[in-house]
Design a protein around this ligand. Sequence first.
Ligand code: KG4
Ligand code: ZN
Length: 414
Amino acid sequence: MEDIWLGYSRGRLNRIFPKVKKEIDVMIIDKKTEDDGVIMMSIKSEEDSNLSQTDSKDKNTDSEKDHVTILAIESSCDETAAAVVRNGREVLSNIISSQIALHTVYGGVVPEIASRKHVEKINYCVREALSQADLTLEDIDAIAVTYGPGLVGALLVGVSEAKALSFATGIPLIGVHHIEGHISANYIENKDLEPPFVCLVVSGGHSHLVVVKDYGVYDIIGQTRDDAAGEAFDKVARAIGLGYPGGPKIDKAARDGDENAISFPTAKIADAEYDFSFSGLKSAVLNYINIKGMQGEEFNKNDLAASFQKAVVDVLTEHAIRAVKQYGYDKLAIAGGVASNTGLRQSLEKACKDNNIRFYRPSPVLCTDNAAMIGAAGYYEYMKGERADLSLNAVPNLPLGDRERRFHGRSSQK
Ligand code: KG4
Ligand code: ZN
């Protein structure tokens, strides 16, 4: 595979990208495809690049005492990631090793391949994250790691790495919930965002409407009864031959399609007004494809993608806006891989404007899995005195907001 190098050198981002626009907060500054097909990326914002330069210079001075620097590790699915995050909001480095190309061949994530690649890449990612932040482990105040939910074998790699580093150095360990990480991605580029707010979490495994009452305090007011939103995107993409991962491919195809071409149903759940259901929509799409096949008729894939996307976006938008209004908040954030969907971002942007709601969304590259978001969530856990000990284990079905079950054998240093 061809190597793609965008080129990057510390502090020279402006010279390399002289036309960087203000609204592009975060950008991929290194991207290369390795011999085994894994894509290695380094991500940094212009602002954070400047910050880290200044900060790293005075890291040995007294001002360092004001900083909490977290090394974060994420390996819950098919991205091996490590990042260094300062005070929960400044990303000093953000390394993502994506296995997507490897799993594409199989039409979805193969857990054994994911675990093996995590083992191969994790040390490199951690070393690179420290090196790009110009720091060593001595500068790190805590190690935050995703310990659930996710694929157990994949989670175990990150958890074992974090525990080994913590054991060897004595640096405190913090267990982070993956979805809490996704929600916290919003803090990175929105320095003004503070709870309470409503967050729509839409990823490959989750579709939740959450009231973020405080840092790390969540009230789940709605969730999917069946498929997650991302799962529906992936299944529909596979059915129309777009391949894996489906979300970005449907998103792209939808831009060239007519969203009103086909009318697909959206489910309403009578006894739980904020819950979602996407399996009926998925079946409707599959039926449409089958009927067209039986009738020997062609259909326009772009129109189907646009019409399906509209059905998902409409229900997500309607639920989210109603929740913000009904619960009396004025801020809506979005999180998870599907939050990078162009149609969803546009729809929520407009609906929020119409309803006087402030709309927060991470850059697309911070919506999908990364470790910077784990560092942001880990910081707020750290500040509360939450610590995990070496009995921390991977919990594949970890519920959000269940603090007692969250930390296995945790100890508190208040
Ligand atoms: O958050 P994420 O990276 O991993 C999980 O925690 O699940 O989300 C991955 C999901 C996949 O289902 C993928 O198809 C979907 O997010 N996704 C998208 C887009 N980009 C990723 N869905 C719709 N539009 C996109 N642009
Ligand atoms: Zn995720």
